[in-house]
Write a protein that binds this ligand. Sequence first.
Ligand SMILES: Cc1ncc(C[n+]2csc(CCOP(=O)(O)OP(=O)(O)O)c2C)c(N)n1
Length: 357
Amino acid sequence: MPRSTVAEFTIESVRILDEKGAVDEELVPSLSEETLIDLYRQMRRSRRLDERAIALQRRGELGTYAPAIGQEAAQVGSAAALDTGDWIVPAFREQVLYVMRGTPLHKILWYAMGMEEGAEIPDGANVMPPSIPVGSQALHATGIGWGKALRGEQAAAITYFGDGATSHGDVYEALNFAGAYDAQTVFLCQNNQYAISTPRRVQSRAETLAQKAVAAGIKGIQVDGNDVLGVYAATTEALEHARQGNPVLIEAETYRRSMHTTSDDPSVYRSDEEEAEWEKRDPITRFETYLRSEDVLDDDRIEDIGAAIESELEEAIARAKAGQSEVDPVDMFRHTFAELPPVLEQQLAEYKVMRDE
Ligand SMILES: Cc1ncc(C[n+]2csc(CCOP(=O)(O)OP(=O)(O)O)c2C)c(N)n1
């Protein structure tokens, strides 16, 4: 029986802004000065929020926190490409997406302080809650994108997950179902090179994670995830496809520059040299260099933006701390069960004794 090639594929990779801050003029998306500054401001706000949150956690003032340091371009660039009617379905490392959709900073801190008030999403924000089970959110995004298709709406869902999540059945099922049912969904894999301590190279033998789209019959594309303009352009294009019922998987190649969560110590599983290499490719520095070269930013403007973020964060931290005394931890016992099981009755009693001591 003769053999023949029945399928072939290629994966395209996109980069607009290189590591030195120079752009490919032909590919630069047409964005107003205001939008460019907003992308920059959002990335810096995200970075400082994470740095302050880590410091608060180290002082025992915050619970576990998953920073996105190094991944700002992948998150901000993609979210900036969305329309307000598009749904965002995040994982657990995307604080800035909530901020971009109107959640005040102090609520992000409340969430990490274990206060349910921090999980409140503003009306009409179209963002799903964080998803802790790795990869499960991809299914929700497919469901939302399918719903948009069934209703004939010109909107899409975008979901975020990591390189590790691509090994999960949920992600495969979500991609396959989306392809089979024309779900209006964009899948954004932030390949930040690690699933806690598991490096990308042992996560999958596949040459790219974008090619995981191929088996689902959908388009897969790789983008330099530290290039905010590239991510913006790739996501804009993917959303146009998705709104026509053609889901897309984007692999944004980036690097988690800090810990997996505040419970992790990355120095145990990776080298200083590797971290230094990625520091040179930092998404914020790269974009800043470009904006300076375009005269969109100068020293004064950069300093003003930094100062405004610092005071915004000071206020948010003060508000977050003050809010702690406004809530009663007993609420968590009140709102879960109509009738408390005995074991929780006992915990409630113990808590009350502890509180009154
Ligand atoms: C179903 C499931 N299995 C295991 C875990 C424990 N866990 C939390 S995060 C994580 C790694 C996730 O890596 P990746 O998908 O690459 O995302 P990243 O944390 O790098 O953003 C694991 C295994 C979990 N939360 N859910």
